[in-house]
Design a protein around this ligand. Structure first.
Ligand code: ADP
Ligand code: MG
Length: 253
């Protein structure tokens, strides 16, 4: 198992010394080479789960392991590729130099060829020498995804990476991500709002509910790979999309 979240609860302190339980006894695993999508309403703890796996938080209760080790260990050895919503591109550096940051952090020589390949892959080769402020939000997201891949991670964590993209760009990025994933079989945990995106990309979809955040449903996605956008027109796709949308609806209305 590549990512293992074992009975993890997370509490955050409230004013007055009390604590609020943000996630409650979550069990979740991602097998090596598996692509898992995490969906659920806003505030149910999806980003907290990614932050736990990335060693940016520690669980209040329970255990998190990545490649059978402490998350901090995996993070320190730079086997983790991370693209979170708040893509921390440095405004004073060019796109290409922003892509080099992981090499500096890992104290490795910068592989400019790899950087240029990835920029081409996300369709930004013409913007290599632009600064982040000259790019659209969607383009900046593409840079942060490309940057997450630059050190050839074995585990990839993506937090709503396509949120700011228009539907057409989003679809083509979905197809690119599927291709990258199929080549290297990176163990991937993707947080997304898109039911269609989850069905298109994931081997398994985990649906979370809120207050406190918990796992409410797991769906195995049965479609063969490579998956073409056309599968979205199949009856099986529609049925699963309906099932997921229903699971996402609040229970208390
Ligand atoms: P999601 O990504 O699913 O929208 P989050 O993981 O961001 O949800 O947040 C889950 C819950 O935990 C929310 O209620 C949020 O307010 C709370 N939370 C997250 N991080 C912190 C923090 N650092 N301090 C206090 N509360 C937090
Ligand atoms: Mg979030």
């Amino acid at each position: 198992m590549s990512i293992e979240i074992d009975h993890v609860s997370m509490e955050f302190p409230l004013d007055g010394g009390k604590a609020i339980r943000a996630i409650d006894s979550v069990n979740l695993t991602v097998q090596q080479g598996e692509f898992v999508a995490l969906i659920g309403p806003s505030g149910c703890g999806k980003s907290t789960i990614l932050r736990l796996v990335a060693a940016l938080e520690r669980p209040t209760f329970g255990r998190v392991a990545v490649e059978a080790a402490e998350p901090t260990e995996v993070s320190r050895s730079h086997r983790l590729g991370v693209a979170f919503q708040d893509h921390a591109l440095l405004p004073w550096l060019t796109v290409r130099k922003n892509m080099a940051i992981p090499f500096h952090a890992a104290r490795r020589p910068v592989d400019w060829k790899r950087i240029d390949e990835l920029l081409a892959l996300v369709g930004l080769e013409q913007f290599a020498n632009a600064r982040p402020a000259q790019l659209s939000g969607g383009m900046r997201q593409r840079v942060s995804i490309a940057r997450a891949l630059v050190l050839r991670p074995t585990v990839l964590l993506l937090d709503e990476p396509f949120g700011a993209l228009d539907a057409v760009t989003r679809r083509s990025m979905n197809m690119e991500l599927q291709r990258i994933w199929s080549e290297d079989r990176i163990t991937t945990l993707l947080v997304t709002h898109g039911v269609d995106e989850a069905l298109l990309l994931a081997d398994r979809i985990i649906v979370m509910g809120g207050r406190p955040g918990r796992v409410i449903k797991t769906i195995e996605v049965p479609f063969a790979r490579p998956r073409l956008p056309e599968i979205q027109r199949s009856a099986a796709f529609h049925q699963l999309a309906d099932e997921l949308t229903l699971a996402l609806e609040p229970e208390d209305n």
